[in-house]
Ligand binder design. Structure first.
Ligand SMILES: [Zn+2]
Length: 150
């Protein structure tokens, strides 16, 4: 069985928030949640919100569940958009490398708890953003569509 590609639609605001957070975090990792919705086989990533990890290092950022939940509820309230919900995670790598095996494992594990696919975005030191999609425990192929800021 061949599963179809998952389309990922990345709003400019997502890339710019993640790039800004990476620059502010400087030499350590940072990360957070992706908010958006699913639409006709596509994941639409509309906003990226940061979840602070005071213990982040050059090679790790851990999502604190309590902080993440608070950030999610706060953002959903502030943005007050009827379709918005949690659709995945993002974090930065101060090194010039994309998602690690461990990163793929954690998004795969997390995706078992969701009916729809989850998205992982990793920002690299060279300002490239790499995407992975996991669906019910499996990594899926994807096509990335980026909206440019105007
Ligand atoms: Zn990583």
């Amino acid at each position: 069985m061949t599963l179809p590609h998952v389309g990922v639609i990345l709003h400019a605001e997502v890339s710019s928030s993640i790039t800004a957070a990476a620059a502010a975090a400087n030499e350590v990792e940072t990360g957070g949640l992706l908010l958006g919705w699913w639409e006709a086989g596509n994941i639409v990533a509309r906003y990226a919100i940061e979840v602070a990890d005071p213990d982040a290092t050059t090679s790790s950022w851990t999502r604190d569940e309590e902080r993440a939940q608070q950030a999610l509820e706060g953002a959903l309230f502030d943005l007050s958009h009827p379709w918005l919900g949690y659709i995945g995670d993002w974090h930065t790598h101060p090194a010039r490398c994309g998602p690690s095996n461990q990163d793929e494992d954690s998004i795969r594990q997390a995706s078992r708890g969701y009916e729809q696919p989850l998205l992982l975005l990793v920002h690299r030191a060279d300002d490239q953003i790499e995407a992975r999609v996991a669906h019910q425990g499996y990594i899926r192929t994807l096509t990335l569509h980026q909206f440019l800021a105007n």
